[in-house]
Write a protein that binds this ligand. Sequence first.
Ligand SMILES: C[S@@+](CC[C@H](N)C(=O)[O-])C[C@H]1O[C@@H](n2cnc3c(N)ncnc32)[C@H](O)[C@@H]1O
Length: 212
Amino acid sequence: MAINFNGVARFYNFSEKFFFGNLLDRSRNRFLNYCTKINSILILGEGCGQFLIELLRVNEFCEVSIIESSSEMICIQKCLLLEKDIDRVSFHCIPIDELIVSKSFDLICTHFFWDCFSYREISTFLPYYTKLLKKDGIWLNSDFVDSDNRLLHADFLKIRLMYWFFRITTGIRARKVEPFYHHAIKNSLQLIDHDEIRSGFIKSEVFKKSLN
Ligand SMILES: C[S@@+](CC[C@H](N)C(=O)[O-])C[C@H]1O[C@@H](n2cnc3c(N)ncnc32)[C@H](O)[C@@H]1O
């Protein structure tokens, strides 16, 4: 079954706030300072558009491409756009494995996106997307830190519950959050900044592409 977030799109934002308050927003926006002087940005799986709106606010000139497989999520994102920003966002309603582009980007964002994929899937997709990043380009990533040692902690129980729910409703096959860092360094991305929220429960990372 292909991954499809259409069925959960309308209450995704509400559930996020109910379970995690503003923790995910804090994490997505933690390194917005890297976005201010950038021209071309690619976002994979933007969801309800919370990050997109902040991005367009801090950078009034950038052009943004979004790859998002859920038409409902794209609808929600479009509703949030201000009229003046409409022309600088292009939406591609396709799964990441179907995108073929000739363009390269100064910055790529993946917020709470890789948690939908297994280790093998990330290993398959990432080389293609790192090639789309220009040399010295920046990659922003945030996600939960899924630690076996802390499974009884309430936050980690929420992650298990979240996987159970999304596996049933969206068809994701992943069962745990794979650390992006290991995949990133294998693909010439160098960690240049990072931060943790709520004692390491969520991590925000900034990578720079070291090779062409
Ligand atoms: C867990 S949500 C995260 C959304 C958002 N980035 C955030 O910070 O909350 C994953 C998003 O990726 C999208 N998605 C999942 N699989 C995808 C795929 N193969 N290609 C493109 N988008 C995908 C979903 O539709 C959803 O909007």
